[in-house]
Design a protein around this ligand. Structure first.
Ligand SMILES: Cc1cc2nc3c(=O)[nH]c(=O)nc-3n(C[C@H](O)[C@H](O)[C@H](O)COP(=O)(O)OP(=O)(O)OC[C@H]3O[C@@H](n4cnc5c(N)ncnc54)[C@H](O)[C@@H]3O)c2cc1C
Length: 410
């Protein structure tokens, strides 16, 4: 049995690992080191209920202080600046050194920045932490013209909140449709229509050229297509980059994140990596992947907890799933839709209750459900069993995903 496990990064994956280690019966020392203030908290509400003022900051914490005390999990606030692999210890910015038998890197990711003039003006934000969300909320009080740069999940969730707050919202996106890299054209179109119905404007094929300010505060944005738009709040949602520097400096292998094997071990057998920072071989994608989702962070943590608790290790193979809330629409995705060559829509698009079934080579690979939680749950179970379902069969009149899933179990 390992006598001490140090976890660097006290976010979704780090917290889950500490909790799961105790659930799996690990009795050794657990040190959870995070560089953010306060108790470990969840990020998804930051662009949803919290930003709308419907949730208190304390409701974001995974667990109270008492939980950590009762489970003998030592929380350390501080930034890890180096890993000493020879002596198995990590160095904190404060100068403290903490030893480990096994180290888990759960470092997350950081927002990609816009390399344009004016990106440092007051009123230009990214959204990753509770502190970011608090700064944005303060700005809402005086914001009228909101520019969202990037029509990905966070940009669009933010657009929905800003329009609900009464702001005029203009979304700029380099691709030709919203969430282009993550969802089917059908799902993109439905979300675009819903945002537009709430007054959000889109400009596709356009990025930001530069941002103009008055007295240090943002006043206008100028797009790559030459549009000059008034702005008093700019939200930059152009993706994230993995926090891999610490691992790279320690000489661990890097490949679009910290490279791990099927057991989530890095190139050093005494170090694992999980969550947004880790690139792993995915059996569902048939290639190396790095995912940014609660499901991936939590399931990878559970997988590593089993191994570190001394139980027989199981290669990581959880079915990916994700959700995004945008105004009246809840999108839930099961599987990975990359490479989709055919889609079938089931349900009622006009009533905003439907699922898009995504196929590749006649095989169901992903399901995007809109306001259809039952379909989503059925899709997760179905995809985990690698179903035999051809597009032709799904397109037949009266096809019901839930009934099909129940039937295919027998
Ligand atoms: C606004 C927002 C909304 C989201 N909404 C959804 C959603 O609806 N659905 C969904 O599935 N996913 C959503 N996500 C993504 C999800 O929150 C992340 O995938 C998840 O948090 C990843 O967990 P993680 O532990 O890998 O990283 P994180 O939760 O980011 O935790 C990493 C932690 O490590 C800390 N850290 C980094 N370097 C060091 C260091 N050197 N020393 C000490 N600490 C360090 C970081 O500060 C951070 O606290 C959202 C993310 C954001 C930002």
């Amino acid at each position: 049995m390992l006598s001490s496990i140090a976890i660097v990064g006290a976010g979704q994956a780090g917290f889950q690992l500490a909790a799961s280690l105790r659930q799996e019966g690990y009795h050794g020392k657990i040190v959870l080191i995070g560089d953010e203030a306060g108790l470990p908290y969840q990020r998804p509400p930051l662009s949803k209920a919290y930003l709308l003022g419907k949730l208190d900051a304390s409701a974001l914490s995974f667990r109270s202080q008492k939980f950590f005390e009762e489970h003998d999990i030592t929380l350390v606030q501080g930034r890890v600046v180096a890993i000493d692999r020879t002596n198995r210890s990590v160095a904190l910015a404060s100068g403290t050194h903490l030893p480990y038998d096994h180290l888990v890197l759960a470092l997350g990711a950081h927002n990609r920045e816009l390399p344009v003039p004016g990106a440092d003006l007051e009123g230009v934000f990214g959204l990753r932490t509770l502190a970011d969300a608090d700064r944005v909320m303060q700005r809402f009080a005086s914001a009228h013209h909101v520019i969202v740069c990037g029509a990905g999940f966070i940009g669009l969730e933010f657009a929905a909140v800003a329009s609900a707050q009464g702001c005029s919202v203009h979304v700029l996106e380099l691709e030709g449709r919203p969430m282009a890299r993550a969802v089917s054209a059908e799902t993109s179109a439905r979300f675009r229509a819903e945002h537009e119905a709430r007054g959000v404007r889109f400009d596709f094929g356009q990025g930001l050229s530069h941002i103009e300010g008055v007295d240090g505060r943002v006043a206008h944005v100028v797009t790559t297509g030459g549009l000059r738009l008034p702005a008093d709040l700019v939200m930059v949602g152009v993706g994230v980059l993995p926090n891999a520097y610490l691992a790279a400096e320690a000489g661990l292998e890097i490949e679009n994140g910290i490279k791990v094997d099927g057991d989530l071990l890095t190139s050093d057998p005494s170090i694992s990596a999980i969550g947004d920072c880790a690139s792993f071989p995915s059996r569902h994608a048939g290639r190396r992947l790095r995912l940014e989702s609660v499901q991936n962070a939590a399931d990878q943590a559970r997988c590593v907890a089993v191994r570190l608790a001394g139980k027989p290790p199981q290669a990581y193979g959880a079915m990916p799933w994700f959700w995004s809330d945008q105004g009246a629409l809840r999108l839930q995705i099961a599987g990975l839709s990359h490479g989709t060559d055919a889609t079938v829509i089931v349900g009622n698009q006009a009533a905003n209750q439907f699922s898009v079934l995504c196929f590749k080579d006649e095989q169901l690979i992903a399901v995007e459900s809109v306001n259809s939680a039952g379909d989503h749950m059925a899709a997760r179970k179905l995809l985990a069993r690698r179903p035999t379902l051809a597009p032709r069969e799904a397109a037949a009149q009266g096809f019901d995903l839930r009934a099909f899933e129940a039937m295919s179990r027998t």
